[in-house]
Design a protein around this ligand. Structure first.
Ligand code: ADP
Ligand code: MG
Length: 470
């Protein structure tokens, strides 16, 4: 085959290409970004024959990892796209030749399919992987994230010269950790300078480490990570129970720290909750500054939605923005996705964007469970029987401590689980005002954070409520 033919062949996208595009679309929806990017982006579709799809992976490690972690998901997704696709098959694209013992130097990697990148590329180009959308300017500030944002800015302004080293940002999913950590990188990058900015998810860090080990190229690995001037490691919780990678990270950390280089880490749980991460590593994390991001309050949710609408130049009526902000409460990613869908919906149907359109979209996002089946009534039933308090008392005016608490718990859980608006929750619980519901939610949230026994009570209640659905 001549070169020309190869090029022609490659430019013709076969069926497998389109199938794989669809599969990626589905995988992207269900996987955390870092997992999707680490494991599925590097895969290439090779061919589809009858019920089997052949996929290429950069090395055996990928194939093994996917087999043990994502086999069921991948099989299901392929089946969803095309019923007759029942299996897949991995091939590994050519590995680099083994290191030559004669000179002892690591061998350069020629294939573009390698997960591990050649050393002689400028590191910040290759490894920064920064999304330009994620800047401090586009990050809306509110009481829930003010401290985290201020600390991030301080760090970005004076790299390595603040006492905030490492800076550890933690918070639930979809609350802006990746946005913030990448803002630090983008800010530093825009300041110019010759510093090497390395942004990596801890999952990718692990893959790079293991790939380097297997290919006998550990020195390349260390030269990338240990020569960073700013190391941004996202989603550190992924290192739980991965001792080898933790060890490697520990050394990277120490080396950078000793040289006064800035390290920023994010985690979706508190350092204390990072079980399966070595103590010495956790205590390193805690030696700088730890900041948290909480779910945004109503006003901030509105501000975020307004900012997104402006960025996309979307015209969305205030009442629709209010409605979304009232119903999607715990996750900024879901807020964004509501906006995107509402806009898509209205541009496809040419209908005005109304609260009704928003309702439809939100029902989709929150899923059947939250919006349709779990009602305030069923929550009230479960909670009142759990605390042996009558529903009449809950609805009535009695302020006895136990009754008031049960009432507040119902409000909190309704807010969390039913998808009803504050207003309708208040109405259902004895015609109470929505500000009473807001107050109840804050009170219960605070008690949950403070009191682990109470938290497990609430979790038990949630489980009961969910179980009643079946
Ligand atoms: P996490 O990493 O905590 O799971 P992300 O940083 O990926 O969350 O945030 C999810 C989405 O929400 C991103 O598109 C991000 O830009 C957006 N987002 C989160 N917080 C804010 C904020 N305060 N202002 C603007 N956008 C935000
Ligand atoms: Mg993230």
């Amino acid at each position: 085959m001549t070169n020309k033919q190869i090029i022609v062949d490659k430019s013709q996208k076969g069926e497998e290409y389109y199938l794989w595009e669809q599969a990626l679309g589905q995988l992207r929806k269900v996987l955390p970004d870092h997992s999707y990017q680490t494991w599925f982006m590097p895969i290439k579709p090779i061919k589809r024959k009858n019920g089997t799809m052949t996929l290429s992976v950069p090395n055996r490690f990928y194939a093994e990892w996917i087999e043990s972690n994502y086999k069921e998901l991948l099989t299901r997704v392929l089946g969803n796209i095309d019923e007759s696709l029942s299996s897949y098959f991995f091939i590994v694209e050519p590995s680099p030749p083994p290191a030559t013992p004669s000179d002892g130097k690591p061998v350069k990697n020629s294939g573009e399919n390698q997960a591990y990148l050649p050393v002689n590329q400028p590191v910040d180009e290759r490894y920064a992987h920064l999304n330009h959308r994620y800047t401090f300017d586009t990050f809306v500030e509110g009481p829930h994230n003010q401290f985290a944002k201020a600390a991030s800015k301080a760090v970005a302004d004076a790299l390595g010269n603040t006492p905030y080293n490492p800076l550890l940002i933690y918070g639930g999913t979809g609350l802006g950790k990746t946005h913030l950590i990448q803002s630090i990188g983008n800010y530093a990058r825009l300041q110019g300078g010759s510093g090497r900015i390395v942004y990596v998810s801890s999952e990718k860090f692990m893959v790079d480490y293991i790939t380097a080990l297997r290919n006998n190229r550990l020195s390349d690995f260390t030269s990338v990570y240990r020569r960073a001037d700013l190391l941004l490691v996202d989603d550190i919780q992924f290192l739980q129970n991965r001792e080898g990678t933790q060890e490697q990270f520990f050394h990277t950390f120490n080396e950078l720290y000793q040289r006064g280089k800035q390290i920023v880490i994010t985690s979706d749980r508190t350092p204390k909750e990072l079980q399966g991460v070595e103590e010495r590593l956790v205590s390193r994390f805690l030696s700088g500054l730890t900041v948290d991001i909480q779910p945004p309050n109503f006003e901030t949710r509105v501000a975020i939605l307004q900012k997104k609408a402006r960025l996309e130049t979307l015209e969305i009526p205030d009442e629709v923005i209010d409605f979304i902000a009232q119903n999607i409460t715990s996750n900024v990613r879901e807020l964004e996705s509501a906006m995107t869908r509402i806009f898509a919906y209205s541009s496809l149907t040419h209908l005005d964007i109304t609260v009704d359109v928003a309702k439809k979209v939100i029902r989709d996002i929150l899923g059947v469970k939250k919006s349709k089946i779990i009602s305030v009534d069923s929550i009230m039933k479960t909670v009142s029987s759990y605390y042996r308090i009558s529903e009449n008392d809950i609805m009535g005016k009695n302020r006895r401590k136990e009754i008031a608490l049960a009432r507040q718990i119902i409000m909190y859980l309704s807010r969390d689980m039913s998808g009803d608006s504050l207003k309708s929750i208040g109405l259902r619980l004895g015609r109470r005002d929505h500000t009473t519901v807001i107050h109840a939610c804050a009170t219960i949230k605070e008690k949950i954070d403070r009191d682990p026994a109470f938290r497990s009570q609430i979790n038990a209640l949630k489980n009961q409520i969910e179980l009643q659905l079946y």
